[in-house]
Each structure stands twice: as C-alpha cells, then as structure tokens.
Design a protein around this ligand. Structure first.
Ligand code: AMP
Length: 570
C-alpha cells in the first residue's frame, strides 16, 4: 500500500514526464500533482500493474493518462492503449482529457460508445488510432466484428470499475480482458473495492501496487465551514454576492490553476474589489510584496493556488473561499487553516458543483466535521446590507465629524427654497453615492432562482445546456433523449413495459440489460424499472413517452451478442 504522504511531490517536473506533456500541463495551468497523480504516475511509468482506489474529482484521469501517453509510439498505427469506462459520458470525458493532454504529441484518441453510429467509429479505427476509450458493450461488439484488434495492445485502464460492476458489465470486462495479450499492463481504478472487483484484480493483474490515498486530518473548531451548490458559471456572481453581505477583512480565494488566479483576480478588480493573483509563475520577491500588502491591509482579496498559499500566516484573513473544490481533503484542511489564526475565528466557504458532491462528503467524512449548507445571498439580502451600511456611515459621520459649516448651508437651503429636511437629506445622499447606484437591480445579477436553491440536483440544466422543465415525462425532448430525475417507479403510470428477445437461455442477467440500455439510450440506470427474465425473452419497464428515435436505437442494440428487437407490450 502506498500513501501519497510518503513523498511530497511539488511539481510535475519531478515526475519524468516528456517535455511535450510538461508544456501542456504548464499551459493548462496545473501547478502541482494531486496525491493520486503523485502516487500513480511513477508506478505506471515503471510498467507495473496498479490497483488505485480513487474517485472522480481527485485528478484520477491525469493520474493514468499522463504516464500512459508517455509510452505511446505515434509511429505505430494500431491500438496501444484501451481505457474502459462504464458510461458514455465518462468515456467522452476521458477521451477529451487524453486529447487535451496529448496536444503536443502525435497520437490519436478515439471514443467508442453505445448510441453512436458505427460508421464513424469504423472509419477512425481503420485509420489506425493508438488510444481507444470505450464502454464495454461497444468495445466487445467491435472485437467480435473484428474491427477492433487488440493483439498488440500494451496497456489497459479500467476506470470506475465498481461502477462497471454496478451496471452489469463485469462479465463483459472479463471477456475483453481475455481478448488482450498476456503481457499488457493494467491499471484498475475504483472508488470502492467490492469482492468482485478484488477478484478481477486477483485474476488479471500481475503483482499490482495498491494505492489508496489516506487522509487523517482534522479541522479547527474555530472555523465555521459552509458550502453552496453552484454551477461553474455562477461562481463569480455567487462570490460577489457573498462579499456584499459577509463582514470580511482579508480573504483568500483558492482556485485550481495558475490561469484561474489571474482570470478571477481581474474579474474581481473589474467589479471594484481590491484583489491580486498569487501563483507559482510570479517571482518570489513579487510574491512577498503581495503577501505584505495583504498583511498591511492595502490588499483585501488574494486569489491563489494551493502551492503558493501553503503556510501563509496572515492574521487578518477572515475568510477562505474554496472557489474550486480541492482535489483532496488534505489540501482542504491546509486551505481553510489560512483563516482562524492566532486564536481568532474564521469562515471557510466552499463552492461545490453537482458533480463534486462526493468530494464534499469525503471532506466531511475524513475531517470528521460538518460543513453547513449556505444559501447564496438574494438581491434583497444584498440591498438590505447596502442600506444598513449606508445608515451606519450616516451615524458614524454624525458622531465623529464637525458638521457645523454644513448645517449652516442646509439651513439656508431650507429657508430659501422651502425644502423639507427629508428631501435635502435624500439629495445629499444621492450626491454622496455618485454614479454608482446604491441598490443593485435584478438585471445586473442573475436571479436567485438561477442558483437552483430548491433543486436537489443543484443544476437545472442538462449537459447540453437545455433547460429541463418540471413535469416532463423523463426524456429530454431536445433530442438529447436524456431522462429527467424522477422517482424510481415500477409498473406505475409513468412507465411502459417492453419485451426484448433475449432471455435466460442467452445467459442474460438484469445487470446486462440495465448496462446496455443505460449506455445505448444514455439513460441513468435509476430510471430503468423492473426487469423480468424468462427463458427466451425479458420484460423491462422504461419511462413513458420514449422518443421514436430512441426506441429504434434500442431495438437495434445488442445484449449478450443478440439484437434486442424491442417491442412495446400492451
Ligand atoms: P478528475 O478527477 O480526473 O475528473 O479531475 C478533476 C478535475 O481536476 C479536472 O477538471 C482536471 O482538469 C483537474 N485537474 C486534474 N489534475 C489537476 C492538477 N494537478 N492541478 C489542477 N487541476 C487538475
């Protein structure tokens, strides 16, 4: 078992990665390898099999993609690496990551997944692709048809293996493993290690190195920890609203990349905040000057990456904002420890996108502390705060300043023009406020509803950016054919039953049906209702109002090597 704490790796330069990859990482703004990357990359480079326990959001994709890419020979035009992923979303995401990381390499990447036409996949396969990222069903199909040849495969990655098990793909995965050369290297990643996955590892991995990132960490009780679920593109508005209503002194905002420090700091400055970026590209003497300004109070907001903010000790930091959630719990603990210093209290606020909820749960579990949910301040909250601050300024001025000369002018103005005292005071307030309106309008900020407070997913848009309306049947009618979140219902009014011509005699198990339908139709498995398997056919319940195109696709889909020939059962 390897723990990432055994050796701290500060930079990707320490990892023996080829120059074109280092150049890409620098352009992407990655500064430090995450723990899973620091632990996995040397093992994969060594050629050893690896059994990694890690979740999405920990930097797992780069942990295998970077060392695997370093081994690809672009002059050889046949599949050298196969990555198996449970869903088409993940396959696309992983393929995109490979494409991004191989920007300066000459190899090509092909995603192959259910629901996509075979023609394009065949054309690309014929051209000779070095890296294939696919879902098990479709990969199996191509192997059977002879269109995907794995006889010269060098390495295989099983990504989210426990998810493949849950979706009924484990037999398919084993079948694919059987069709790869004996000497290939395998990296198996799984968030959990159920016995079935352990068995696959025992049977197919050769003396694997087991990696599990253990974090034994605790957070100070003087720090109030809160989180808010926001979409990526709403973070800036959410943050500026928070700055309006929270009483803050110094603030450190953590983002994931060097580029993000500059981008965010510029946006904050454009909105009138006193902010600066701090990242590893900024020369040391300049960094020191920035930190000094923060200490002295001539700078309020510092936008930083983890590395440069490590150990920063500035007493006036009242708030730490985790603008991008950290990839591991230890970083979270380091980050929020920048506030609540010298016996003071502090506030830590964390932005979480819907996909990252499990990272929040891991933080709570591993630090054994509760992070409270936080509402993004509404327009009314912000305006109320502005009104209070304005009243306070009036009170302070009356208490602290000699107003005699002004009082004389005001008295004259009232007598000469017959103004009411209230009108004069309001006119002065207007002058004092200048061009900047005292209250912000709904138009200048997104509506509160867009923060999806009442939406349990925290994200009302699907991945294609189409709004999902309440009351839809379960399929996205925009052509995306994606089901809406809905309670699992068996044989109820929202479901229709369908017959497929595959049964016990074909060796089918419920998991095979769930997995195939989920991938071919891009339906989350939780929408798939009851499944009854008979000798030569099966009945499966699916959400009502299935789009025609999707039905046709499912009719042609293969399960256990046979076409479903799906028909509605009335
Ligand atoms: P993953 O766990 O592979 O889904 O990665 C989660 C996110 O972290 C992705 O958006 C990656 O681009 C990003 N990421 C991965 N490694 C790093 C790193 N070392 N520094 C900054 N961002 C990273």
């Amino acid at each position: 078992m390897t723990s990432a704490e055994t050796r701290i790796i500060e930079s990707f330069n320490e990892l023996n990665l080829p120059e074109p990859i280092l150049k890409t990482l620098s352009e992407l703004g990655y500064e430090t390898p995450s723990p899973i990357q620091a632990a996995s990359i040397p093992i994969i480079q060594e050629g050893r099999d690896l059994l990694g326990q890690a979740q999405t959001g920990t930097g797992k994709t780069a942990a295998f993609a970077l060392p695997m890419l370093s081994k690809i020979d672009p002059s050889k035009r046949f599949p050298q690496l196969l990555v198996l992923a449970p869903t088409r979303e993940l396959a696309i995401q992983v393929a995109e990551a490979f494409q991004a990381y191989s920007r300066y390499l000459k190899c090509s990447v092909l995603p192959i997944y259910g629901g996509q036409s075979y023609d394009n996949q065949l054309r690309q396969l014929k051209r000779g692709t070095q890296i294939i990222v696919g879902t098990p069903g479709r990969v199996m199909d191509h192997i059977r048809r002879g269109t995907l040849k794995l006889d010269q495969l060098q390495a295989l990655v099983l990504d989210e293996a426990d998810e493949m098990l849950r979706m009924g793909f484990i037999d398919d995965v084993e079948w694919i493993l059987e069709h790869t050369p004996e000497q290939r290297q395998i990296a198996l990643f799984s968030a959990t290690m159920p016995p079935e996955i352990k068995k696959v590892a025992d049977n197919y991995l050769n003396n694997p190195k087991h990696i599990k990132i253990e974090t034994k960490t605790s957070t100070a009780t003087t720090i109030r920890q809160r989180f808010s679920i926001v979409n990526r593109n709403q973070k800036l508005d959410a943050f500026t609203r928070i700055l309006e209503v929270e009483d803050f002194d110094g603030v450190i905002v953590f983002v994931r990349t060097k580029i993000a420090t500059i981008e965010l700091s510029e946006k904050l400055s454009a909105r009138g905040h006193n902010s600066a970026a701090l990242n590893g590209d900024i020369p040391q003497n300049q960094r020191e000057k920035i930190v000094e300004k923060l200490k002295q109070g001539s700078l309020d907001i510092l936008v930083a990456t983890d590395v440069v903010a490590r150990g920063l000790d500035v007493k006036r930091i009242s708030h730490v904002i985790n603008y991008d959630i950290p990839l591991d719990t230890e970083s979270y603990v380091h980050r929020i420890g920048r506030t609540g210093r010298a016996g003071r209290t502090g506030d830590a606020i964390l932005f979480v996108t819907n996909r990252e909820r499990h990272l929040l749960r891991a933080i709570e579990r591993e630090t054994n502390s509760k992070v409270e949910p936080m509402e993004i301040p509404s327009t009314k909250d912000v305006n109320q705060k502005r009104a209070e601050a304005f009243k306070q300024r009036i009170n302070d001025t009356i208490a602290q300043q000699d107003l005699t000369p002004y009082q004389e002018i005001i008295n004259q103005s009232i007598q000469e023009n017959d103004h009411g005292l209230e009108s004069v005071a309001a006119a002065l307030a207007y002058i004092a406020q200048g061009k900047q309106p005292l209250f912000f309008s709904e138009q200048s900020y997104p509506k509160e509803t867009e923060f999806f407070k009442d939406n349990p997913r925290g994200d009302r848009k699907n991945r294609r950016g189409n709004d999902r309306k309440r009351g839809d049947r379960g399929y996205d009618k925009s052509g995306g054919e994606r089901p809406r979140r809905k309670k699992k219902a068996h044989n109820d009014a929202n479901m229709n039953s369908y017959r497929i011509e595959i049964g016990r005699a074909d060796g089918v198990k419920p998991g095979n049906i769930v997995g195939a339908i989920a991938n071919e139709a891009d339906i989350d498995s939780k929408y798939i209702g009851s499944i009854k398997i008979s000798d030569n056919h099966s009945i499966v319940d699916l959400p009502k109002d299935m789009p025609k195109a999707l039905f046709k696709k499912l009719q042609k889909a293969y399960i256990c090597g046979k076409q479903t020939n799906m028909k509605p059962l009335d």
